[in-house]
Design a protein around this ligand. Sequence first.
Ligand code: P6L
Ligand code: UD1
Ligand code: MG
Length: 403
Amino acid sequence: GHYYTPEVWIPIFINVSLSLVFYIITSRLIPKLAGMFINARICGIDLNKHQSVQVPEAFGVVAGCMYLIVMFLFIPVPFGSAVLQNSAFPYHELAKLVTALLSICCMILLGFADDVLNLKWRHKLLLPTVATLPLLMVYYVISNSTIIIVPKPLRYLFGFSVDLGVLYYVYMSLLAVFCTNAINILAGVNGLEAGQSLVIAASIVLFNFCELSSDLWRTHQFSIFFLAPFIAVTLALLKHNWYPAKIFVGDTYCYFAGMTFAVVGILGIFSKTVLLFFIPQVINFLYSVPQLFHIIPCPRHRMPRLNRDSGMLEASEFKCDESSLSPLGKLCLNVVEKLNLARVTRKDGTIVGNNLTIINFVLVKVGPLHEAHLSAVLMTIQILCSGMAFLIRYPLASIFYDV
Ligand code: P6L
Ligand code: UD1
Ligand code: MG
């Protein structure tokens, strides 16, 4: 088969080697640029430290630029064999590569704008949608498959497959919006944004290696090309962003990471599997919905807060008058309270509850934790969920599908 041919492994080898080199370059560059970001006032206060120190922010832009450099250097490599053998040039492969980079580049720009200008929510939702249009156009040209295979138990209702048509394109643009923002709202503890993205990227790469022996190996190889350099720059960031953080990754990095995952899922045609690796982010998003839509008050920061006496992080809280809550707000609060999903206390008509993120949920259930410990716990949860995703994707899928 194709599995042992140089066409499969040589480009991957070159890509991984380049990634290693750029891991070293990026991790040395980051501390050198810290002063420059402070001078430009691109910095924020680390809210969970005893002293208030200015930490340079938006270092995702450094990682993103280094990432683009690796990818630009790499562009000729997959086409080496076509050029050397003088065979038909695979223009569609080139279009995929360049368009994917265009979308990622746009998101780095948007993220950086968000970090320095603090954009409104509507921009955060609208701009990623627009940034996926080139991707969707390429998807239309290379695949245009809008059919989903129905799981066996549901086939008597829907038949073997359903053609979603234009809805499938809507789903793909929503995927990009979801991936970018879901990482950004599961944040606020040193190392968390980069840590969760690292686990997701590693999981997708593992999935790609599992699928590299299938007939669809090209799309999985394509995904590895994008994710190996991503893992390299993420590791470089994580080294400096882990507790105690010397730099913050900023929204730039969250958007960059989310778009990279959306791009490989969409153009690799395995977007549902990508979503499976977002289980903690999906749960965190669903849990956050009452606050995101302001059904329950949402403070500017929902990250845990430091107890200055014990040095531990505790769940942060929102506070409001019971009378100011809408009926829907009261209902939401009752539901999370009955299901034991939040700690809510009522006193003299004032309601206090923990902010609805899984970070605070862990702290409510486990008790106060040190920041580094909390970050490690959340990364462990992400890894366990990836294990579960593999179970769903392989053994479970064979129950629901003929694979
Ligand atoms: C391309 C191909 O691999 O589809 C794949 C096959 C094929 O099905 O899709 O990636 P594709 O392949 O395009 C899926 O993976 C299966 O492998 C479909 C998964 C559907 C789930 C979508 C999103 C989930 C997000 C998380 C698996 C089919 C098995 C069916 C089981 C479906 C159950 C899924 C829900 C699991 C949702 C949720 C578990 C949550 C547990 C929580 C515990 C605390 C999270 C929802 C949370 C709700 C609270 C090219 O090579
Ligand atoms: C999102 C979250 C917000 C959370 C914030 C933390 C929602 C709706 N928004 O907002 O609840 O508080 O991310 O990133 O859920 N910071 C730290 N330590 C860290 C990381 C960040 O103290 O490890 C602080 C710094 O002051 C930094 C600021 O958070 O300047 C960055 O926040 P920003 O990314 O602008 O917040 P949002 O993404 O808008
Ligand atoms: Mg943010």
